[in-house]
Design a protein around this ligand. Sequence first.
Ligand SMILES: Nc1ncnc2c1ncn2[C@@H]1O[C@H](COP(=O)(O)OP(=O)(O)OP(=O)(O)O)[C@@H](O)[C@H]1O
Length: 280
Amino acid sequence: MIDTPSEAPPLIGVDALGVRFGDQAVLRDVSIDVPRGQTLAVIGESGCGKTVLLKTLIGLIQPTHGAVTFDGQRLSSHSDRELTQVRTRFGFVFQSAALFDSMTIADNVAFPLREHRRIDREEAYGIARDRLIEVGLRPDVMTKKPAELSGGMRKRVGLARALVMDPEVLLYDEPTTGLDPIMSDVINELILRTRNAHGVTSIVVTHDMTSAKKLADRIVMLYPLARLDDGQPQMIFDGTPKQIDRSDDPRVSQFVRGEAGDRISEIAEKSGQKGTRSGE
Ligand SMILES: Nc1ncnc2c1ncn2[C@@H]1O[C@H](COP(=O)(O)OP(=O)(O)OP(=O)(O)O)[C@@H](O)[C@H]1O
């Protein structure tokens, strides 16, 4: 359900965005407005540019065309210092949790506070502790190192670290990848709870359709440019979780249902074999 009034000014604006690396175009003419408070899922097959899009939203990658705006201001108009300031309004939850192996969990979670806020270690640990409890971890994890935790626990630590700065926007890159279905659902519930408790705007990049449907008000699907002709839109779906199940675009319905379609025969052709379909 999209419950944010469409006339509300977007917190994040992506306008005719294009990104290329040398000869390789990764994003072309992508436009997405994300109103404050909305949860947007970005789906699409591997290599279609989802992570590049996330990085462009926070100025880690510069657009080749078009613009990104945050809270009404173009990122490209910011100095490096202003951009660093803008980034403190975002929290990132990376696929790998991206924790520092040599640091304790307490130091990992307190790290953004120690970097960006002039607060002492004890106060930072107190905030870290509260956030760890909020994501369902016991405070005794604080003295452990990341290697001593399970993958699901590390993801929760990553979420706790993203929350310590009270972000307005949370960006999640594949938050459930590599987790069993139960732990995936725990993470999904935490994402929902975080949204409700903090009113954050969220963008979730995921391959996991269960997560996308559970979490998102709105889903956009990107398609790899290498599979498109010039001029064909890269954003092949923009709608609600209910609508995606009714999409009559076979590229969308194949992805939603996890069907290989003609990819099996493509792979066979590439490897010089006769095209066969699974089950034949
Ligand atoms: N800094 C970079 N320099 C050059 N090419 C890059 C860079 N970052 C990404 N790419 C290329 O851009 C394309 C899209 O990458 P991206 O990581 O955004 O895909 P994705 O949709 O997130 O894939 P996945 O689902 O596998 O994570 C890939 O071909 C990748 O190699």
